[in-house]
Design a binder for this molecule. Structure first.
Ligand code: 13P
Length: 253
């Protein structure tokens, strides 16, 4: 199973700032001891407006481009949306779907996430499907049910062969941007619940996301079933992000 470190920049950085940050990241990653042994796939997911400049900044480097969202139609009267062919044409290889911020602030449903996942797969984009429970759901003992429902809904109708293109991220909503990261043993337990929710997920990388930092990431990478991180805040600093890549590479040489 591959190990991934994905930087989700969310709605941060202008195109000019993003190009600078991407250059800083590849510069740090090119230096020993950061030069990542390529057991780790590194993905940068800037806002749509920064995809082209980030692509240019990471060209020649072993870093992949990701998007934070996608619409399921190829083209048409869908003002403000971005299609899979548009992303592919910009060199995008991964796309985050079902992030909790999309579900919460933009009303994305499990059904939307399923359509986006299928559209991404149909075009050869690798979906990074985000699932996770809210604080209330955890407090009322609904964590396992919630991640199972979300995972099954997102992957419904995906063939066994296509599953190998999928990446899943377990992101407990209460841990995102709060500094309250999920206990790594508990994250590993939920990752197992996610893997058990759909047949054929044994070899699918499942990442952890939610207040990942250089101070706690090694504890997640010590869990054999955790395949890396989906990182928000700590991905906006070149040194911290490079450190996360290094930690992942050291844990999975
Ligand atoms: P933070 O790392 O800032 O908690 O964000 C996690 C996240 O939502 C990544 O998609």
């Amino acid at each position: 199973m591959r190990t991934l470190v994905v930087g989700n920049w969310k709605m941060n950085e202008t195109a000019t700032q993003a190009a600078r940050l991407a250059r800083e990241i590849v510069d740090v990653l090119s230096m020993p001891p950061y030069r990542a042994k390529r057991s780790v796939d590194v993905v940068l997911a800037p806002p749509f407006t920064s995809l082209a400049p980030v692509r240019d900044a990471i060209a020649e480097h072993d870093v992949a481009l990701g998007a934070q969202n996608v619409y399921w139609a190829d083209s048409g009267a869908f003002t403000g949306e971005i299609s899979p062919p548009m992303l592919l044409d910009l060199g995008v290889r991964y796309v985050i779907v079902g992030h909790s911020e999309r579900r919460r602030y933009f009303g994305e449903t499990d059904e939307d996430v399923r359509k986006k996942t299928q559209a991404a797969l149909a075009h050869g984009l690798r979906p990074i499907v985000a699932v996770g429970e809210t604080g209330d759901e955890r407090d009322s003992g609904k964590t396992d049910e919630r991640v199972t429902v979300q995972t099954r809904a997102a992957l419904e109708g995906v063939t066994r062969e296509r599953l190998s293109e999928i990446v899943i991220a377990y992101e407990p909503v209460w841990a995102i941007g709060t500094g309250r990261n999920c206990d790594p043993t508990e994250a590993a337990r939920v990752i197992d619940v996610i893997r058990a929710s759909v047949a054929g997920l044994d070899d699918v990388p499942v990442l952890y996301g939610g207040s990942v930092s250089p101070a706690n990431f090694a504890q997640y990478m010590a869990m054999p079933r955790c395949c890396g991180g989906l990182v928000g805040g700590a991905s906006l600093d070149a040194q911290s992000f490079a450190l996360l890549v290094r930690i992942a590479g050291e844990a999975r040489p």
